[in-house]
Design a protein around this ligand. Sequence first.
Ligand code: PLP
Length: 263
Amino acid sequence: MGNRNRMRVVLAFGGFDPTGGAGVLMDSRAAAAAGVHACAVVSCLTVQTTASFSRFASVPRDVLDESLAAAEKSFRLRAVKVGMVGTRAAAEAILSFVAAHRDLPLVVDPVLRSSSGAPLLSPSALPAYRLLLRRASVLTPNLSEAEKLLDRRIDTFADAAEAARELSDLTGASVVLKGGHFPWRGRRGTDIVFSGGRTTLLPAIGARRGDPHGTGCALAAAIAARIGAGDAVVPAVQAAKSLLSKLVAGAFPSAEGRPTLFP
Ligand code: PLP
């Protein structure tokens, strides 16, 4: 019983990427690097290589509900991280779980498409997914996800900072707009955090080495882990960025040539 309370555990709800580069396998490694255990409920199965995405397959709703209940029974959860949701059943299952646990910090990484362009969220999942975004404590979009969520283009770095504030106003969440894909001179890798009414800029740490598969998953998982360990949003993002820079420095090329994170 004592251990159940002392152990820091976050729940990762996301897709199963069999390469281990993204999804819940990566979440678990990133959380461990941040000093926190991650248990995982698989929202959907994916078929993919390190460089291309084929398809995803659903997990039945009753299996999702029972798995979420089992995670809750096993641990005193400190936070939940939601990555790829995929199906309507998964969106509805995680929404009803977090609605029943209002005090649990919720980090949502709004995974909408793979970097190769494949849709990772079914249109039928959108109504529940929108409610999930409104329940989030922290959202971690990249540039194209922020554009999709706001349904507008983001053309400058100043506009990106404004977009982070807008997303926060719309959802009530703190927003970490990830800078890994920023095209603006000197700004690549600078994350924009809007939290508690304030904007904080967190410049890139270390050299950029390609675009390793799963970097976004890992950053959001490490943020959730640090929030679960008691950090406030900005220190959690700072700690996650510094962990990620170590993972990225150790990335190795897969057989297809795509850099893959290697803790
Ligand atoms: N597969 C899963 C399960 C994911 O969660 C993600 C992204 O979050 C991806 C694939 C896409 O990864 P990428 O396009 O960065 O390779």
